[in-house]
Structure formats: structure tokens, C-alpha cells
Design a protein around this ligand. Structure first.
Ligand SMILES: [Zn+2]
Length: 129
């Protein structure tokens, strides 16, 4: 009788199990870190085209940036400490519907135009006054 398959089955952790547990642990830690991290108002608006930084706007400024690609265009507006996509020619209009963002780490993505608007840096924490 060959006992090898039996021994293999009784092993507590296989490589696959370990990998699943490692991934699960990373996800749990990521959720934990994200949930305890206080929301901080950002200071800078970064605009990326296909992952490449094309424009930066100070969040404290009032400025509109017209962004044009072959598939259409977007108007990104920074006003009164928030950033939003004011106008877009994209088919889904999701980037316009998402509204204004101001917290560091928040982003607006326009998939059809391959555009990403990200808030970075640290401005004033508006929870404390
Ligand atoms: Zn869009």
C-alpha cells in the first residue's frame, strides 16, 4: 500500500493554503489601516493621463484645466478647496456624476478618456477647529 497520498492529504498547510492565507491577511491589514486612517484634506490635485502626470493644480487655487484627448475632452475644475470634473464628453459620465473630492488619496477616474484626477498631500484637517 502506498501511503504517500495519505500523508500529503494530512499535511495541515499546503503551499496553496498558505498563499490564500497570506493574501487574506494582507487584505485584512489593508482594510484595518484604511479604516483607522483619518480623512485628511489634500493640498494638491494631480491629473494623470494613462498613468502619466500631465498637470498639477494647488487645491487652494481656483483654476480650470481643459484636458483634450482623441476620444474627447474633460474640464477639471478646482474651486473653494475641492476638485471635480465639470464637463466631459465621455459616454458614461461617471467622472462628472461622482462629484467633488477634497480628501487626500481620493480620486476621480474617467475610463473612456484614460484620465485620473488624484488628491495628494496634506492640507488642513477640517475635523479639528
Ligand atoms: Zn468620464
Amino acid at each position: 500500500m502506498n501511503r504517500l497520498p495519505q500523508v500529503k492529504q494530512n499535511k495541515i498547510f499546503t503551499k496553496g493554503d498558505f498563499l490564500i492565507m497570506a493574501v487574506a491577511l494582507i487584505v485584512i491589514i489593508a482594510i484595518f489601516i484604511f479604516s483607522i486612517r483619518p480623512m485628511v484634506t489634500g493640498s494638491t490635485v494631480e491629473i494623470y493621463e494613462s498613468g502619466e502626470l500631465v498637470h498639477t493644480i494647488n487645491l487652494s487655487k481656483n483654476e480650470s484645466y481643459f484636458y483634450e484627448v482623441a476620444s474627447g475632452n474633460n474640464t477639471i475644475t478646482v474651486k473653494d478647496g475641492v476638485a471635480y470634473i465639470e464637463d466631459s464628453t465621455c459616454s458614461d459620465q461617471l467622472c462628472v456624476k461622482i462629484g467633488a473630492i477634497k480628501d487626500s488619496g481620493k480620486q476621480i477616474i474617467c475610463l473612456p478618456n484614460r484620465l485620473r484626477v488624484v488628491i495628494t498631500g496634506e492640507g488642513e484637517i477640517d475635523a479639528i477647529s
